[in-house]
Design a protein around this ligand. Structure first.
Ligand SMILES: Nc1ncnc2c1ncn2[C@@H]1O[C@H](COP(=O)(O)OP(=O)(O)O)[C@@H](O)[C@H]1O
Ligand SMILES: [Mg+2]
Length: 252
């Protein structure tokens, strides 16, 4: 069913995307590309449209104008069945973890399989156990979300996003609210997934140390536009006046 074999070019491409909510213009001619197998981080001030951008990539929001292509397919032209197929190839790690409180860790991770596949109980158990091992929490199945730390919740969120073997993972502030040590281990995990499984990743992040660890490229979003998209070295040495102002003196 997938068109994988014939797909070349970027995994995600936004071309001149505009999006407003009522009077509020959020995206205003936003363009960007995520290359296959790479990790692109999006930075920008709070409320600027970073989460809105991710939601366009997964088809939860649609552009007013311009185009959003994922896996080489214009998302606005996809039927709901096609969109469902595309989403099986993507994982989304929500900012708040978005775990279901009355389900155990294992059942949270199993949920996409129960909802979207006809797999039997044994197959589901094997896949969930594999993903829990992958995010380094092999024994967490029976724990409840209320019993685990913030860092562990993020890992569960990542395990759930990985359960359908996605080629593309979208992370919305995977390190928000985590202490630096745990943030480093989450970053290492993001990197491991990219290098080990070849997944492409789009990461909304604001911590510079995190961005430097995980990114092949960094994009700065402000005023509805991608002001700069460059590799980290170039990005953090950019003399773009908006970036210099955003970073102050210490890192621009
Ligand atoms: N579904 C929505 N309806 C109305 N306004 C929204 C919606 N989603 C986001 N917004 C607005 O769009 C702007 C960008 O939001 P968001 O992408 O969440 O910012 P951030 O860059 O912090 O992730 C904000 O002003 C937010 O209030
Ligand atoms: Mg956000």
């Amino acid at each position: 069913m997938t068109t994988q074999a014939t797909e070349t070019g970027p995994v995600i491409r936004f071309t001149d995307v505009c999006k407003r909510f009522g009077e509020k213009v959020v995206l205003d001619g936003f363009s960007m590309e995520l290359s296959r197998g790479k990790t692109l981080s999006i930075m920008g001030p709070s409320g600027v449209g970073k989460s809105v951008t991710l939601k366009h990539a997964i088809g939860l929001l649609t552009a007013d104008s311009g185009s959003v292509e994922v896996f080489g397919r214009d998302i606005s032209e996809a039927t709901s069945a096609e969109l469902a197929e595309m989403r099986k190839r993507m994982g989304y790690v929500f900012q708040e973890g978005a775990l279901i409180n009355w389900l155990s860790v294992g059942e949270n991770v199993a949920l996409p399989l129960r909802e979207n596949t006809d797999l039997g109980e044994d197959e589901i158990r094997t896949l969930v156990e594999e993903r829990l091992r992958l995010v380094h929490i092999p024994d967490a199945w029976d724990l409840m979300p209320s019993e685990i730390s913030g860092g562990m919740k993020k890992r569960v969120g990542i395990a759930r996003a990985l359960i359908t073997d996605p080629e593309l993972i979208l992370y919305d502030e995977p390190n928000a609210g985590l202490d630096p040590e745990i943030a480093r281990s989450i970053n290492a995990l993001i990197r491991e997934l990219q290098e080990g499984l070849g997944v492409s990743s789009l990461v909304v992040e604001h911590r510079i140390d995190c961005i430097k660890t995980v990114s092949d490229e960094v994009l700065f979003l402000d005023g509805g536009k991608a002001l700069v998209q460059a590799d980290p070295e170039e990005f953090f040495h950019s003399n773009h006046p908006r970036l210099a102002r955003f970073f102050g003196k210490e890192s621009a």
